[in-house]
Ligand binder design. Structure first.
Ligand SMILES: [Zn+2]
Length: 447
């Protein structure tokens, strides 16, 4: 395939060159002034801006709405927890298929009482160090890319989980929003590399506060954040190159309810239903306080040279539409002191480097041909990332219209929850919980 005459962004330098680009076997193969070959598919890129495919660095994907991410130009997702079993169709998809590439954790490892209830297919809630360690081993065998821990984990268990993860060369990511015994400093000193939602930092600023704290503990966080104080508490994170994934869009949508934004071109009807059921439980003023802090922490960390990744937590809480919410997160990043270029990097080359995926995040020879052709320049206005002409993944080109149509039909595929739960139960009953690779037992149970 040959794409003629687009402005191709070198994301490493922030400069465009007007040239042609050839894609072969799913990879970028040649750039320059190129002639088309006999029988070669040619795309006219005249007046278009080619950027690397985007990455949503914190989300929870499902086969039901996977194509919506791609429709927004997201060619890779970092899936921060969710049962590996439910992801098999995405994990096993061919490079050119209409779903994003997957970098994923399995169910989260939590202490007791579990933030999401008792142990289930989605989370392990335990006080037993040995059980937590065995869970890491089980997840390693299923082929996870990193380990996710949750708010109720104790420092002792966290250290055990990190030790086992490091032995297997896996990073540990933490969500500490609801933590009442840990904060970000303790977590990063123990070896946590990623802090999802900038979490654990508010606890350093206001000891005693956590997301589910009583209203009176929210009093101090209703005051404007003190950026000098934030800079002080961020020092141990900076010293360790901790990576922050703010997910401001998550908090913003909840804070703005009922004036949240739902003007996306396609919204998943089944997610809309879930969100509508959630809205009575959303306490906007609490999310407003968390949003204000998350934004201030992002601004200061970025100013101090810390690494920030673009993620959304889609489809969590309310109206975090898969795909479109990343465009809003990029806007929020520019409102937090990043330039449009820096915001774009936080969804492309920076995660590719941090996640050790040099084959992604950059338009260069030998990389996967994942890209977006935009009608206007996103370095001028970051909002232009949503003006999509063509999406390319693994060398296959898609229009937004066809991906929205696919999303509509995928709505009908919904995963049969009862069927899934009975399989999970058999998995537990057969004592295969600990050490068995998922592929094996799915095969067994399918027979
Ligand atoms: Zn999440």
């Amino acid at each position: 395939m040959l794409i003629k005459g687009s402005h191709i962004l070198d994301i490493a330098t922030g400069s465009y060159t007007l040239q042609d680009i050839r894609i072969e076997a799913g990879l970028f193969s040649e750039m320059g002034a190129l002639r088309s070959r006999v029988g070669e598919q040619v795309i006219n890129g005249d007046g278009l801006y080619m950027i690397p495919g985007l990455m949503d660095c914190h989300c929870h994907i499902s086969a039901n709405y996977a194509s919506l991410f791609l429709a927004a130009g997201i060619t890779t997702v970092r899936n921060t927890a969710g049962n590996h079993l439910l992801l098999s169709s995405i994990r096993e998809a061919e490079a050119h298929e209409a779903v994003p590439r997957l970098i994923t954790a399995d169910r989260m490892i939590d202490g007791t009482p579990g933030s999401w209830g008792e142990t289930s297919h989605g989370s392990l809630s335990t006080d037993d160090l040995e059980e937590a360690k065995e869970e890491v081993k089980r997840q390693v065998e299923t082929g996870v890319d990193f380990i996710k821990v949750y708010s109720k984990i104790t420092e002792e268990m966290l250290k055990e989980v990190i030790k086992e993860s490091k032995r297997n060369h896996l990073d540990v990511s933490a969500d500490l929003l609801g933590a009442d015994s840990l904060d970000a400093k303790v977590a990063v000193e123990a070896g946590v590399r990623f802090l999802e939602h900038n979490s654990g930092i508010m606890q350093m600023l206001h000891p005693g506060w956590h997301m589910n704290a009583s209203d009176d503990l929210y009093e101090p966080v209703l005051q404007p954040p003190n950026e000098e104080e934030i800079a002080r508490v961020l020092q141990p994170l900076l010293a360790r190159d901790t990576i922050l994934v703010p997910t401001m869009e998550l908090f913003k949508q909840a804070a703005d309810y009922p004036n949240h934004r739902v003007s996306d071109r396609f919204i998943s009807p089944s997610l809309l239903q879930v969100w509508e059921q959630t809205t009575p439980h959303v306490s906007s003023w609490r999310f407003q306080a968390i949003f204000t802090y998350t934004k201030a922490i992002t601004r200061v960390y970025h100013q101090l040279g810390g690494t920030v990744l673009a993620g959304t937590d889609s489809p969590a809480i309310i109206f975090t539409n898969p795909g479109a919410s990343l465009h809003r997160e990029l806007m929020l990043l520019t409102q937090s002191g990043l330039s449009p270029y820096e915001a774009l990097k936080s969804a492309t080359i920076v995660p590719a480097r941090v996640l050790n995926r040099p084959d992604l995040g950059e338009i260069k020879r030998g990389n996967h041909a994942d890209f977006v052709l935009l009608k206007e320049d996103p370095l001028k206005h970051i909002e232009n990332v949503s003006k999509i002409a063509i999406i390319g993944k693994g060398g296959q080109c898609y229009s937004q219209a066809e991906l929205f149509a696919q999303a509509e039909s995928d709505e009908k595929i919904h995963i049969d929850e009862q069927e899934f739960m009975s399989r999970w139960q058999q998995h537990l009953d057969l004592g295969m919980y600990d050490r068995l690779c998922e592929k094996y037992w799915i095969g067994t149970l399918d027979e």
